[in-house]
Design a protein around this ligand. Sequence first.
Ligand SMILES: C/C(=C\CNc1ncnc2c1ncn2[C@@H]1O[C@H](COP(=O)(O)O)[C@@H](O)[C@H]1O)CO
Length: 252
Amino acid sequence: MSRDFTRGRPTRTSTADQRLLDDRGHGGWTHTDVWRVMKIQAEFVEGFDALSELGHAVSVFGSARTAADHPYYAHGLEVGRRLVEEGFAVITGGGPGAMEAANRGAQEAGGMSVGLGIELPHEQGMNPWVTHGINFRYFFARKMMFVKYAQGFIVLPGGFGTFDELFEALTLVQTQKVTSFPIVLVGTAYWRGLVDWLRDTAAAEGMISAADVDRLQLTDDLEEAVRAMVEARDVDEGGPGEGEHPAPWGWA
Ligand SMILES: C/C(=C\CNc1ncnc2c1ncn2[C@@H]1O[C@H](COP(=O)(O)O)[C@@H](O)[C@H]1O)CO
């Protein structure tokens, strides 16, 4: 099943996010923004409706540019597969690269492979390994779904989009908007510099707490990454689980 909020509408040269953010106070409230609020509300409602019975899930992030022959793609494949074997649905941005790898690993393992696509100026479309796709117009609505329906985040090497998703999660954890939410960075060589900077500069200068940096788990061990998600699920459930998905999928 694929829910596509943009389907059937004429192709436009700009995205909904661009029109919302670029329209800085030009009388938009009376003429346009009211309708935007309705569309935004609809996106949240439809997202909640589509995902509410997903059961345990993990969001996997990473570069849209990771090539299929790169070792990071292989990591994405294995992460997707291992998560399904542990009873998780896999949620990604539904795009190419690392997202595709994780969706592919999940689909090939017979699991639930969710893609939360985003309307972009150069539309890529959902990768073919997504079994349950939802297309969003607005980044902020989509980003909330990544957190609300996931047990934790696994973050593969990536660029600005991945950083955005990572730092949003870190902020939510730091402000205790979400609790028992593991964030695992896969790829020590790639992420080490960032983590060192967070500790040696940002924390050393008092901009952040060292304890918050410690919340980031850095590893090359994919089993360890997935185990962190299983342990978080066990904590949520008050004891070790059986690796079974507890809820019916419930997708219409
Ligand atoms: C740039 C290209 C395709 C863009 N397509 C995307 N589709 C879905 N989600 C995306 C896309 N690009 C970025 N994202 C989100 O950000 C993260 C990756 O961004 P990064 O800058 O590449 O690290 C990812 O987790 C998505 O949620 C074709 O090259």
